[in-house]
Design a protein around this ligand. Structure first.
Ligand SMILES: Cc1cc2nc3c(=O)[nH]c(=O)nc-3n(C[C@H](O)[C@H](O)[C@H](O)COP(=O)(O)O)c2cc1C
Length: 306
C-alpha cells in the first residue's frame, strides 16, 4: 500500500509535509521550469513588506563550513506588486500557498496582512518575526515575548487565514517565545530562522558580508533546529513546521521524529532544485519500509524504535 503523506495544519490540508522555505524559492515562478511545483506540499513566498525593498548591497551571501551566511535584507517587490504580479501565478497552483510577511513596525505587519486578506488566493500567513538582517522590526518582534504576542494578535485581527509564527533561534528560551506566539493566536509555529553569524576576509580584514553579520543556514544548523523543535513539541501541542539544514529525506525524518508535522527546505534548494522531490519520494519509501501507513505515525516518535 502506498503510504499516506497528507498532513493537516490549522485546518489547511497539505498533500505532503514538504514545503520550500521563505527566501530560498523566490515567488515560485523562478522554479517553474525546474520542478513540478504542484508536487510540493506547500510553497512559502519570499518575505513581503509594505513597501518594496532593494535589500542590502552585495556581497549578500557567502559560503561557510556546511552552510552559508546571508544578509539579503528582505529584498522584495512590496505587497501591492506582490498582489498584482506574483499572487496570480501562485493562485493557479495546486499546492498550499503560505505568504511570509514582515514589517518595520507593528502597523506595517497589520497593513500587509490586511491587503493580502482583501486579495485572497492563499492559505496561510507566516509572520517573519525572526529576520536577523534588518535594523528595524524583524527579529525585534521575535525576541521579545510581549511584542511577539502583540504582533501575532494584531495580524490575527485582520485576517481569516491561520497564522504561523516563524521563530528565531537567537533567543534564550524558544519555548517562551513559542508560548508568546500561541498566546497571540498563532495556529502553528515554524522553526527555525537563521542564526546570527559572521565571517571575516583575513586579507582585506573586512567582514565578508556588506551588512557585517548575516544569518547562518544549511546543514550546520540542523542539530540546533532539531533540538529546538523537540523542545517546543515536548512543551505544547501547537503544530510545528521544522526548518534548518534539511538536505535529504533522512533529515526530514529526523525532524518528524522530533515532533515536526511539516518541514521546509531552504538552502538545499540552491544546491539541487530537485531536492524536495527526492525528499517526498524518500519519505514515502521510509514509511513503506517501516510499515507505517501514514506520515502522521512517525511525528513526535523520538525515543521509539521505528
Ligand atoms: C538566501 C536566504 C534568504 C532568506 N530569506 C528569508 C526571508 O525572506 N524570510 C524568512 O522568513 N526567512 C528567510 N530565510 C531563512 C529560511 O527561510 C530558513 O528559515 C533558514 O535558511 C533555515 O533553513 P535552511 O537551513 O534549510 O536554509 C532565508 C534564508 C536564506 C539562505
Amino acid at each position: 500500500m502506498k503510504p499516506d503523506l497528507n498532513i493537516e495544519i490549522a485546518g489547511v490540508r497539505f498533500k505532503n509535509p514538504v514545503m520550500v522555505a521563505s527566501g530560498t524559492f523566490g515567488y515560485a515562478e523562478e522554479f517553474e521550469s525546474l520542478i513540478d511545483l504542484n508536487a510540493l506540499g506547500g510553497i512559502v513566498t519570499k518575505t513581503i513588506t509594505l513597501e518594496a525593498r532593494p535589500g542590502h548591497p552585495p556581497p549578500r551571501t557567502c559560503e561557510t563550513a556546511a552552510g552559508m551566511l546571508n544578509a539579503i535584507g528582505l529584498a522584495n517587490v512590496g505587497v501591492d506588486r506582490f498582489i498584482d504580479e506574483k499572487l496570480p501565478f501562485l493562485k493557479k497552483l495546486d499546492t498550499a500557498i503560505i505568504v511570509n510577511v514582515a514589517g518595520s513596525t507593528l502597523d506595517d505587519y497589520v497593513e500587509v496582512c490586511r491587503r493580502l486578506e482583501k486579495a485572497g488566493g492563499f492559505d496561510m500567513i507566516e509572520l517573519n518575526v525572526s529576520c536577523p538582517n534588518v535594523e528595524e522590526g524583524g527579529m525585534v518582534f521575535g525576541t521579545d515575548a510581549a511584542l511577539m504576542t502583540r504582533v501575532v494578535a494584531a495580524a490575527k485581527e485582520v485576517t481569516s487565514r491561520p497564522i504561523i509564527a516563524k521563530l528565531s533561534p537567537n533567543v534564550t528560551s524558544v519555548v517562551d517565545m513559542a508560548r508568546a506566539a500561541v498566546e497571540g493566536g498563532a495556529a502553528a509555529l515554524s522553526m527555525i530562522n537563521t542564526l546570527v553569524g559572521m565571517a571575516i576576509d583575513i586579507e582585506t580584514g573586512l567582514p565578508r558580508l556588506s551588512n557585517g553579520t548575516g544569518g547562518l543556514s544549511g546543514p550546520a544548523i540542523k542539530p540546533v533546529a532539531v533540538a529546538m523543535v523537540h523542545k517546543v513539541a515536548a512543551a505544547m501541542d501547537t503544530p510545528i513546521i521544522g526548518i534548518g539544514g534539511i538536505s535529504n529525506w533522512t533529515d526530514a525524518v529526523e525532524f518528524h521524529l522530533a515532533g515536526a508535522r511539516g518541514i521546509q527546505v531552504g538552502t538545499a534548494n540552491f544546491i539541487n532544485p530537485d531536492v524536495t522531490m527526492n525528499i517526498i519520494k524518500g519519505l514515502a519509501r521510509y514509511l513503506a519500509d517501516h510499515k507505517r501507513p501514514s506520515i502522521n505515525d512517525i511525528i513526535g516518535k523520538v525515543g521509539e524504535k521505528p
